[in-house]
Write a protein that binds this ligand. Structure first.
Ligand code: AMP
Length: 504
């Protein structure tokens, strides 16, 4: 394995990684760092936990450091699907850039805008953002994207999955056409390949794990169990296995909350993170878990994106995910950067089809292990498997994006500063994103974009695949209550009940 130095990194950056305790580059770093330093576009097929953040952060910082600019506008833009991932990636940039004089900031929703605006005003080299909030800034004129020279799409598969494609297109329209593009995705789909073809210019394709393979170091096991016994079994596994830290995935926000409450009541310290929690609550829960002051973190899928908890040995799928690919993301939370780990799935009969979809995606059967006292649940699946874990139409479509905040993002369309930066581009010329390219891009967009969400679903501000909340404001008592009262009053008075004219 080459050393960080031999990859062409400067002494300062080598020092920074050594200070973090990395002795040698991971495979994705060994392949991606030299290519990115050369200025090439890269398509990285790497799961989370492979060290992909450093694989793009280090060469970006080296480029920015070696090619100073007096401008305050960001020169590198990383788009991430969730707040947690954006925060995590920015933290990495911050850690690696110490002493370089290159500043970074994270831009995501769920927190106040002014501190982000203040940071942008002071000047930052790198912005790591979720698409929704970034467009809020762009439409408000608080960020200038015309000087971006490097664009990174991190966890691109998640971004497509969460319906971010239209926002990404709007953002790309605001960037200079000449830039370096880097894309990372844990899983490959037709859409991802099409996006790569469209966005990347003669990219170097780097894959460090088999496509759609689950993290290799993770040992996986399925525990068949009746739904009503899952909570007990989880407590049992935690105490019997003397697990000190375990990340548990629940399917819904409500389920995550209830489970954390149950565990706390039963003497196991647990915290929950999900879309109903404020960003502050999520951050605090994660910090407590990282510090070891809570033993169990119960998370929903989207809330868990970007969680980087080193040496997390156990992951539990308390419920199987609706989308088979999520299984790969979930178990990627353990076995990070070469560490071992185990992933336990508690599967009841009703979930056997979801399990079959996961196994079909992994192209392997996960070993079953019944736990004494919880045996007898038949999870054998004989029906037609849902092909390669593809979601069934409609499932999880209502998942909204992280940090999305209603309509203000759309205002970004009018503020395109396209082309402004092409003269300023300091990267090797990239013949991408021409007007024609963008025309095609829009055409593609139609192909990529998920089916329109119902008006109800579009108001769904969190992410866990739960039922969207009603869009109707709930003011006072329901209308029928007043109408009924009036009818009852009239009845008592012996008068026939008449309808009030509508539109009162
Ligand atoms: P990532 O895939 O970027 O989320 O990184 C996963 C974890 O691996 C993070 O905790 C990193 O700090 C860690 N990591 C990144 N590069 C290395 C390396 N070369 N050696 C050891 N750990 C690393």
């Amino acid at each position: 394995m080459p050393s960080f130095q031999s990859l062409g990194l400067t002494a300062k950056l080598v020092e920074a990684v050594e200070a973090r305790g990395y002795s040698e580059p991971t495979p994705i770093q060994a392949k991606a760092i030299p290519a990115i330093l050369e200025g090439r576009d890269v398509m990285g097929g790497a799961q989370t936990g492979t060290g992909k953040t450093a694989a793009f952060a280090l060469p970006i910082l080296q480029y920015l450091f070696g090619n100073r600019s007096r401008h305050r506008a960001p020169r590198a833009l990383v788009l991430a699907p969730t707040r947690e991932l954006a925060a995590q990636v920015e933290k990495s940039f911050y850690g690696y850039s110490k002493g370089l004089g290159i500043y970074s900031c994270a831009i995501y929703g769920g927190v106040k805008m002014p501190p982000q605006v203040a940071k942008l005003r002071r000047g930052v080299g790198v912005v790591v953002a979720t698409p929704g909030r970034l467009l809020d800034h762009a439409s408000g004129g608080t960020i200038d994207l015309s000087r971006v020279e490097v664009l990174v799409l991190d966890e691109a598969d998640r971004m497509l999955d969460m319906g971010f494609m239209p926002d990404i297109r709007k953002i790309i329209d605001l960037l200079p056409s000449e830039r370096q593009n880097l894309m990372f995705s844990a899983t490959y789909s037709k859409e991802i390949r099409a996006l790569a073809r469209e966005l990347l210019n003669e990219p170097m394709s780097i894959e460090v794990a088999e496509r759609n393979s689950a993290a290799e170091q993770v040992s996986q096991v399925v525990h068949p169990v009746e739904r009503s016994l899952k909570r007990e079994l989880l407590s049992h596994l935690i105490s019997e296995g003397e697990w000190e830290q375990v990340l548990v995935f629940a399917r819904t926000r409500h389920g995550a909350e209830k489970l954390a409450q149950y565990l706390n009541k039963n003497g196991t310290d647990a915290a929950a993170i999900h879309g109903d929690k404020s960003q502050g609550q999520r951050t605090r829960a994660l910090d407590r878990f990282k510090r070891g002051s809570v033993r169990v973190l119960v998370a929903t899928d989207v809330a868990s994106r970007g969680l980087d908890i080193r040496q997390l040995p156990h992951v539990v799928n308390y419920e199987m995910p609706d989308v088979a690919e999520d299984y790969i993301h979930r178990i990627g939370r353990t076995g990070r950067a070469g560490e071992g780990g185990d992933a336990h799935s508690l599967v009841c009969r009703a979930e056997r089809e979801k399990l079959a979809a996961v196994e079909s995606l992994l192209r392997m059967k996960i070993p079953r292990r019944e736990i004494k006292g919880y045996e007898g649940e038949d999870i054998a699946f004989t029906g037609k498997k849902s092909a390669s874990g593809k979601r069934k139409s409609g499932s999880m479509r209502g998942r909204s994006r992280d940090g999305a905040r209603g309509g203000s993002r759309d205002g970004a369309r009018g503020s395109s500063r396209d082309g402004a930066g092409s003269k300023n581009s300091r990267r090797p010329a990239k013949a991408k994103n021409s007007a024609k390219g963008r025309g095609e891009a829009r055409e593609q967009d139609r192909k990529f974009s998920r089916p329109k969400r119902s008006p109800k679903a579009s108001s769904f501000s969190a992410e866990d695949g739960e039922k969207p909340r009603s869009t109707k404001p709930r003011k006072g008592k329901p209308k029928w209550s007043a109408a009924r009262k009036r009818a009852a009053k009239l009845k008592r008075a012996g008068k026939p009940a008449t309808r009030r004219p509508s539109g009162r």
